[in-house]
Design a protein around this ligand. Sequence first.
Ligand code: ADP
Ligand code: MG
Length: 140
Amino acid sequence: MAIENTLSIIKPDATRRDLTGLVNAKFEKAGLKIIAQKRLHLSKAVAQKFYEVHKDRPFYNDLVEFMISGPIIVQVLRGEGAVILNRTVMGATNPSEADEGTIRKEFAESIEANSVHGSDSSENAINEINFFFAEIELLI
Ligand code: ADP
Ligand code: MG
């Protein structure tokens, strides 16, 4: 599989509990290099735009409120098959269904406050990275 980039977000439930380092250790142990990251506190408009794909889902408004409830860490992870690899390291959306050893199994509080976001396809990864990062931030 080719080397690719994927977008990851450490969500407010995890930054609130100071889990950034433990989450990042999971990525690095799995072979995902953290090639860019920054701490942001999203405005409502930005969170709504990022999650626009979910705007008709019943959980959309709650999800937006949750994502602006505290700071997040947006990051670009790089590795072989990074999109799928990151989804494996994250675990299932619902932590009660997540495999042992995954981030969500170990750290998530609920199906909503599930500690991390990860792109779900190579195409979405490119779009999501471009949403948060400028080209210059990825060239170092
Ligand atoms: P994933 O983050 O695993 O790709 P989705 O893209 O389906 O999952 O959903 C985006 C986010 O919306 C989830 O990570 C979670 O924070 C929230 N979410 C998903 N399903 C629910 C639900 N049934 N109830 C509350 N929040 C949800
Ligand atoms: Mg998703």
